[in-house]
Design a protein around this ligand. Sequence first.
Ligand SMILES: *[C@@H]1O[C@H](CO)[C@@H](O)[C@H](O)[C@H]1NC(C)=O
Ligand SMILES: *[C@@H]1O[C@H](CO)[C@@H](O)[C@H](O)[C@H]1NC(C)=O
Ligand SMILES: *[C@@H]1O[C@H](CO)[C@@H](O)[C@H](O)[C@H]1NC(C)=O
Length: 125
Amino acid sequence: MISFTTFILTLLALFSLSLSAPMRRDVFVPPITYPQAGVIWITGHHHNVTWETHDAPVNITNGIGRVYLATNTIIDLDHPLAIGFDILDGRVAIQVPSVPRGQNYSIVLFGDSGNYSPEFTITSL
Ligand SMILES: *[C@@H]1O[C@H](CO)[C@@H](O)[C@H](O)[C@H]1NC(C)=O
Ligand SMILES: *[C@@H]1O[C@H](CO)[C@@H](O)[C@H](O)[C@H]1NC(C)=O
Ligand SMILES: *[C@@H]1O[C@H](CO)[C@@H](O)[C@H](O)[C@H]1NC(C)=O
């Protein structure tokens, strides 16, 4: 009888453990604060892409950041502007690439999830 009760209690304990055991991991989609809409970047110049980090959850699923350039929401995955930085840094320096004229560009920041900046312009001197 005691062993049966112990068995049931053990089952209950295991069950509640299995409910609480998976570590809570939160998706963090940091809003980009720079570049803003209407910004003009010049090819070859350096800029800090910046984003807000104060809403970051304690446990982030993927804390390694990547920054890409996008045109019409199509991300240029072959040419990352920055990779391997901490998503909690809040900024990363990039060099403006040489791009076709007459397009609007946006920056995409990946950590847990992708987040687009507003559209801006890239020109060359
Ligand atoms: C964060 O993860 C740690 C273990 O890595 C865990 O102990 C803690 O409860 C988690 N915190 C939240 C808020 O999920
Ligand atoms: C980026 O920010 C850091 C820290 O504020 C600063 O030292 C650096 O000069 C900035 N880089 C550019 C390209 O603005
Ligand atoms: C770029 O954005 C401006 C302002 O929103 C818009 O007028 C223009 O048509 C856009 N150009 C392209 C190539 O999408």
